[in-house]
Write a protein that binds this ligand. Sequence first.
Ligand code: NAD
Length: 383
Amino acid sequence: MVVKPKVRGFICTTAHPKGCMAYVKKQINYIKSKQKFNCPKKVLVIGCSTGYGLASRIACAFGGDASTIGVMFEHPCSGKRTATAGWYNTAAFEKFAQKQGLYAKTINGDAFSSDVKQQTIDIIKSDLDKVDMVIYSLAAPRRTMSDGTTVSSVLKTVGKQYTNKTIDLKDNTVSEITIHSATPQEIEDTIKVMGGEDWKDWISALKNANAIEDDAITVAYSYIGPELTFPIYAEGTIGMAKKHLLQTSNEITKEFDNIKAYVSVNKALVTQSSAAIPIVPLYITILYKVMKEKSLHEGCIEQMYRLFGKNLALKPNLDAKGRIRLDDYELRPDVQEKVTLAWNKIKSDNVNEFADIKGYWNEFYEMFGFGLPNVDYNEDVEI
Ligand code: NAD
């Protein structure tokens, strides 16, 4: 079947199998162009199929020769519906890993469930005995709790409502949006979904099953961003969850022998999750323009090479709160000064002057396997 992109809101409902393969290959080639590094060799990646988790898996496997077990929540194709991008990415990753003689297995299911935790432990015990690194890169809209109830995360402010600019990427219009404040229940639910509770549950489950090395490391991802996004991010519901994540990293380090837990604060990037946050995509398009002009732009794979190849492979460079900071270029004063100037001036009729709309869309389409070089998009492909 000939597969074309079908964009609905901030998501593309189709994915191109050959394009996703090219997308994964591009990231592998980037890692292979860098010097090999020393990283843990038996790595579990929770949320391994897209965005930061996929890039982490590629970096550890192809840069550090790691065996990897991945956990994801993706759909295979059904009838004329293509599989999700993460499903094709993972099929491609496993194929390239196998070719390179690298162990790679993936569990497709709900990472929050005890069933998927047990399936993962069974595979670890039979194939690797123990893991020595756990990467927690989940970005989920909801979580089904052990009692069967489901809680959802929301992207709202905490306290006062907030009005600022946003972009409608369908037609590049800049308008104002008001983000309403969350109820106490919504804040609590967002922390349940995106905070650290499930991360710690994973470490406990692995520890109880003797499936994690005593001196293992574990890392989860966070974001801070500039002041203009504070009300919707760092000080909003998602920010509350990220505070909980940081608190959990301290608890894990304290409670589990020699296991060391890190939070890495990453750069704002186009991913399936960040595209859903109001205000943030406009900030990202402006940030991309400024960072590209200053030759500072990085994608997920460049960030993850810095994390595993430069930071965790050596001695991690931590800030005063004990976090790894990969958002250092993004938050450089000269970058943020230019972003603020552009933010104040941007409106519908000058978006291209101040924002990298084309760059945003290129990365957006690439996430679903579209717009990659050397892929024939008019060709019939097996989905
Ligand atoms: P993403 O949407 O690209 O990836 C999410 C991953 O989680 C996918 O592999 C998906 O299959 C998996 N997943 C979702 N629900 C699941 C479930 N119930 N069970 C199993 N797997 C599930 O997201 P991303 O942007 O790469 O985000 C990963 C982490 O990085 C998040 O914690 C996010 O907050 C953080 N982060 C993102 C940015 C950004 O700008 N994108 C910046 C800094 C930090």
